[in-house]
Ligand binder design. Structure first.
Ligand code: SAH
Ligand code: SF4
Ligand code: F3S
Length: 448
């Protein structure tokens, strides 16, 4: 069958979609050119905010409606909303052929075969604490790849649905991860991003190293830093990133690993969520404003070029104007390179859903807008400071808009557009002198 996947949500979903595509191809299906051309469509859904679910539900409803004209079309749902809605989804979306939970996406090729044999409305959803199937399949897709190292989440922040839909933390065995990354590197991948909701918790909830594994050369004791060191030893890999961070994971050992292992990019996505200690406590984030800023200070002291990005929620239950001003000021103090701002959305079954969602929608919008404007100014200033510096850019190739100019990404994950030299090669590091900065992009020239 000709298939297409529509992916909503975070990098974890992007990674799962990529694995499912590779498994479908291995089962003999072929990628469709576009949606109209596809006779198998899978929607990979996100539950993190009400709007994310509305989008996926709207999409899947429209797709199922097309089966009236194209009765042989197969439509499936996967991801966090599939997990959350369980059987209900078949009532909400008549015509849906299958729905797969977050820990069973490896089953999709088998489900497609069953639908082709005449079944429909197949539910393949485990309890979220079942040992997951983690397909290690990757398609051929450029120089950068995601690798999930930690599934689920144990933090249970008061507002968040992720622990319910992704289950408890499960760290993949280090050997399995290292084998997967080594295979990627042999196939030309130059940059990996290690994924986990609270990625520095790697190896805390279950054992990941065997007694027979070699001890850390640098004397690292924490499972995550040991993993970073082992990934950095894989030949061919030139860059390592990991996301998302949590202040409690920014230990001295972590800071030492990031500074001493040259492949690790000096960038971290470290969601702050709020700057008010009162709100942070209600959110059950497990740190104070001072803890957060302390982690930022230690990273920046060790690495002055360190880039930081973040997530913020505005309008959490009970957030006052004073709390909001604390968020504004923490963002200034941390001097983020980029920030994603979200309006609080109550999620069924979470502790915060029992609190009064008392910040009016217009007020959430206003706070959202103010933080966006603040961040735009900060982002432009951060980019301006890079003018005149030389950035190591992982070269992707000719840019989409103008093939004479090439593009790549800086260690801080900023897009850099530059004039190549005859020696510039896709998939290599190039030294680019930055000559101009726009809000979202840097421009420069390749150095010989
Ligand atoms: N595990 C990551 C976040 C995953 S969800 C971490 O904790 O760092 C991505 C972002 O969505 C969160 O950082 C948060 O800012 C936002 N988010 C999560 N639940 C939300 C909700 N109920 N309403 C609004 N935003 C939410
Ligand atoms: Fe959600 Fe908190 Fe876990 Fe992030 S750390 S996924 S915000 S519960
Ligand atoms: Fe969404 Fe699930 Fe990721 S809820 S943010 S796709 S873990």
């Amino acid at each position: 069958m000709r298939f297409i996947l529509h992916t909503y949500g975070c990098q974890m979903n992007v990674r799962d979609s990529e694995a499912v595509s590779a498994l479908l191809e291995a089962a003999g299906h072929v990628p469709a050119r576009n949606e109209a051309d596809a006779d198998l469509i899978v929607v990979n859904s996100c539950s993190v905010r009400g709007k994310a679910e509305d989008k996926a539900l709207g999409k899947i409803g429209l797709l199922c409606a097309t089966k009236r004209e194209r009765p042989t079309r197969i439509i499936g749902l996967m991801g966090c909303m599939a997990q959350r809605l369980g059987d209900d989804v078949f009532k909400r979306v008549p015509g849906l052929d299958f729905s797969v939970g977050t820990r069973r996406c490896g089953a999709i090729p088998r489900l497609v075969a069953r639908v082709m044999a005449g079944e429909t409305a197949i539910r393949e959803i485990s309890s979220p604490d079942e040992t997951p199937d983690v397909p290690d399949a990757h398609g051929a897709s450029g120089f950068a790849a995601y690798v999930t190292i930690l599934l689920g989440c144990n933090r249970r922040c008061a507002y968040c649905i992720v622990p319910d839909v992704r289950g408890p933390e499960f760290s993949r065995p280090a050997r399995e991860i290292l084998a997967e990354i080594a295979a990627l590197a042999r196939n030309g991948v130059r940059e990996v991003t290690l994924l986990g909701q609270s990625v520095m918790n790697y190896g805390r909830a279950n054992a990941v190293w065997d007694a027979s594994d070699a001890p850390s050369a640098q004397g690292f004791k924490e499972p995550f830093t040991r993993l970073l060191e082992s990934v950095a030893a894989i030949p061919g890999l030139i860059r390592i990133r990991f996301t998302s961070g949590h202040p409690s994971g920014c230990t001295d050992e972590l800071v030492r690993a990031v500074r001493s292992l040259p492949q690790i990019c000096h960038h971290l996505h470290l969601p702050v969520q709020s700057g008010s200690d009162r709100i942070l406590r209600l959110m059950r984030r497990g740190y104070t404003r001072a803890d957060y800023l302390d982690a930022v200070r230690r990273l920046r002291e060790a690495m002055p070029d360190f880039a930081l990005t973040t997530d913020v929620i505005v309008g959490f239950p009970g957030e006052t104007e004073a709390d909001f001003e604390e968020t504004r000021s923490v963002m200034n103090a941390a001097d983020f390179d980029n920030a994603f701002i979200f309006k609080y959305s109550p999620r069924p079954g979470t502790p915060a859903a029992d609190m009064l969602d008392d910040v009016a929608e217009e007020e959430k919008m206003r706070r959202n807008q103010i933080l966006l404007e603040d961040q735009d100014l900060r982002g432009v200033a951060a980019n301006q400071r890079l003018v005149g510096t030389v950035q190591e850019v992982l070269v992707e190739g000719p840019s989409l808009r103008n093939a004479a100019r090439w593009s790549g990404r800086s260690p801080g994950n900023k897009i850099v557009i530059f004039d190549p030299t005859p020696a510039t090669q896709p998939g290599s590091l190039a030294r680019i002198r930055i000559t101009r900065a726009a809000p979202q992009t840097l421009y420069g020239e390749a150095q010989i």
